[in-house]
Design a protein. Structure first.
Length: 349
């Protein structure tokens, strides 16, 4: 498994990162253990989780995923072999994170979150602590054709400088090693970089945003920001929540699938998306590959990619995702992808 530098941290992480958001809901602890065992055996040294997980978020299950990972650390003794990433939620109306009130990116809430995550993960430090989503209203996860103008700032937004100062405090206390963002815009990344350069806190090491065959919007503005500022891209949703595996093609609804269980995949059900999934599936088969392997390989081998955050509910799905690191991605494959992209664009930004 190829190792790649994580921003300016001095850490190296595997080209595949093990995503964990199904553990504690769709997957049991034993299944989570089996996934971690398999991933590590294949050379993965990078796990990503969040205080919010598992998904879908519910008060009854919140925190189970971190607990499963902590139990695996205790059983395996491999905490020091893993670069561990987790996240604090941004602004949310869900009130079970902070004892019955909405959460914000203020000092009290961030400190509360990190202490709870450390306890569940059974560790004394978090290697990469990320903001799950901004406190500012930005149109991430939405179809921008429905966004007629940038969202207006909120009157009670927590200033970025104030939030970053809390992360500085956590680094100095040794509770976190490095700081990252998720679901962030080019403006947001640059504001965090600017505040850190003024001495306001740790430099942002990474950006965890959606990136896949039907959402290449990272390439438009964020790619330049991340390259020039040494911010690593950690891509989530490489299979567009399963749609790029082909299992939902032509209206199929498999038993046990996330769509069947939770009906939460609207981000990937936009106009033109269904036709795009079929086109990319046909392209994958033209190269003798399963659509899921092809879609993961595209993400894993992008020249600006640091780590592809894969997710699986079965060991076979995990094997296919891990195999993407061994695919020889060719110019012909990229040309085929770009030809489809020119026709279908980014239906699911």
């Amino acid at each position: 498994m190829q190792q790649r530098p994580l921003g300016r941290t001095g850490l190296s992480v595997s080209a595949i990162c093990l995503g964990t958001m199904t553990w504690g809901e769709q997957n049991s602890e034993a299944e989570g253990f089996a996934q971690m065992d398999m991933a590590v055996a294949r050379g993965v040294n990078f796990f990503d989780t969040a205080e919010m997980y598992p998904i879908p978020p519910r008060a009854e299950t919140q925190g189970r995923t971190e607990t499963i990972i902590g139990n695996w650390f205790r059983r395996s003794g491999k905490r020091d072999n893993i670069v561990l990433a987790t996240k604090v939620v941004g602004r949310t109306a869900m009130d079970w994170f902070r004892g019955g009130r909405p959460s914000k990116l203020v000092r009290a809430d961030i400190l509360d979150a990190v202490e709870k995550s450390l306890a569940k993960l059974q560790t004394d430090r978090i290697d990469l602590y990320q903001i799950h989503f901004p406190e500012r209203p930005i149109p991430w996860g939405a179809n921008p054709t429905r966004v007629t103008s940038p969202p207006a700032p909120l009157a009670d937004e927590t200033p970025i400088a104030e939030t970053l100062a809390v992360f500085d405090e956590l680094v100095k206390a040794g509770k976190i090693r490095h700081f990252g963002l998720s679901n962030e815009s080019a403006w947001g990344v640059m504001r965090y970089v600017a505040e850190s350069e003024k001495g306001g806190g740790p430099r942002v090491a990474s950006l965890q945003n959606a990136y896949n065959l039907v959402n290449r919007t990272f390439e438009v503005n964020l790619a330049e920001v991340c390259r020039r500022e040494d911010v690593s891209l950690l891509a989530y949703s490489p299979l567009a929540q399963g749609y790029l595996s082909g299992k939902y093609d032509h209206g199929a609804l498999p038993e046990g699938s996330r769509k069947k269980l939770f009906d939460r995949l609207q981000r990937y059900e936009t106009p033109g998306a269904a036709e795009a999934y079929v086109a990319y599936g046909e392209l994958a088969r033209r190269f003798g590959m399963k659509p899921a392997l092809f879609a993961n390989a595209f993400v894993t081998h992008r020249p600006f990619m640091t780590s592809n955050i894969i997710g699986a509910t079965t060991i076979e799905q995990l094997r296919i995702a891990l195999d993407s690191a061994d695919v020889s991605w060719t110019d012909e494959m990229q040309e085929g992808v770009d030809e489809v992209h020119q026709r279908v664009g980014n239906p699911c930004p």
